[in-house]
Design a protein around this ligand. Structure first.
Ligand code: MTE
Length: 335
């Protein structure tokens, strides 16, 4: 991943208070101030209103209807301050649309994400191609406010909407041979300038994978929305992974393929530089990347004068939930 100087964010770019954040704060007030706010009831999401001039992504009609019908808010959200919307949609890593943080917001606006389907293959009883609506609609949507920690040492708190990954995967009936599950991003150089670029060092399509027990963990999530609306194209519309205890490069965007395998799949960043990007990619302040330390992170929004540097937590602060998955592993070796 490219290393860039900290972004200079002008104060005028910071949204004062969006209706969305007000609503979240109101809900959190109701839920108390515990680190994990718990509420099992389904809440109808109001249509979010952002500051004038900011794009709003509504997605297909069926998704809008589902979002407005009610979203449950389970015990897996943090009550930390959510990043202002404009940072979430303008500071992105989506190399298919360019390597600069602002490139995806510029280059992905015409990206066609409807209709969309996902091909399911490998060690499953029910392989085949499934349309996005058929994949998502049978399930109750859930909102998860989580920390995204990038291996480049910046982080953001983002409110996603989607479905638990286990719920989605179980319906395909993985066989007993399925030990891993691989996720693939769309490969479409016509739409994705990064895939056409002669300077690209990545092998397309972008592929990441999980061990089955990781994929079935309650924290693993498949998002279709963000900030109460559909996912913006630059954030991985229409379907992306959310894996809060892992570095952001595992959070595959714009997924078109799910393949269950017996052997550990080759993954994009690990193929590019195995000594820099491990297969597991669990957030770990004790294991530095060869080019930069992982001990701290820059929590966005930040600026030159307010860098907002905080300590990085093992497993990105989700150790109580996930550490047991790795109890018999040397995490310095299996980084
Ligand atoms: N998925 C694809 N297909 N291509 C990418 O370049 N970048 C990853 C991940 N998913 C990436 C991707 C990285 S490095 C990060 S940090 C997160 O997306 C960033 O997600 P965001 O842009 O929504 O903040």
């Amino acid at each position: 991943m490219l290393i860039k100087k900290p972004d200079l964010i002008r104060p005028s770019e910071i949204t004062p208070q969006s209706a969305y954040l007000n609503r979240r704060q109101f809900m959190q007030g109701l839920a108390g101030t515990a680190a994990f706010a718990a509420s099992a009831s389904a809440l109808a999401l109001p249509v979010p209103q952002f500051d004038k001039g900011l794009p709003v992504y509504t997605g297909p009609d069926w998704l809008q209807q589902q979002l407005r019908a009610g979203v449950s808010n389970k015990a897996l959200s943090t009550d930390e301050k959510i990043a202002p919307y404009q940072h979430a949609i303008r500071h992105n890593n989506f190399y298919e649309f360019g390597t600069g943080k602002g490139d995806p917001a510029k280059n992905a606006q015409d990206f066609i994400t409807d209709p969309w389907s996902v091909q399911v293959s490998g060690e499953v009883n029910r392989p085949g191609t499934i349309g996005l609506e058929d994949l998502i609609k049978p399930h109750q949507l859930e909102e998860r406010i989580v920390r995204l920690r990038c291996v480049e040492a910046w982080s953001m708190v983002l409110p996603f909407v989607g479905v638990s990954l286990a719920t989605l995967l179980k319906q395909f009936e993985p066989t007993s041979k399925a030990k891993y599950v691989e996720f693939t991003t769309l490969n479409d150089p016509k739409q994705m300038p990064g895939q056409r670029s002669v300077f690209s060092s990545l092998d397309w399509p972008y592929v990441e994978a999980l061990r089955m027990d990781e994929a079935m963990h309650p924290l693993a999530f498949m998002a279709v929305g963000m900030y109460g609306n559909a996912l913006p194209p630059q954030n991985g519309a229409p379907l992306r992974l959310v894996l809060p205890w892992k570095y952001g490069f595992k959070w595959v965007k714009s997924i078109v393929g799910i393949r269950f395998t017996e052997n550990m799949p080759a993954t994009t960043w690990n193929k590019m530089a195995a000594q820099e990007y491990g297969f597991f990619a669990n957030v770990n302040p004790a294991v530095s990347h060869p080019r930069w330390s992982q001990a701290t992170e820059r929590r966005l929004p930040s600026s030159l004068f307010r860098p907002n540097i905080i300590d990085t937590q093992p497993f990105n602060g989700y150790g109580d939930e996930v550490a047991h998955l790795y109890s018999d592993m040397d995490l310095k070796k299996w980084f």
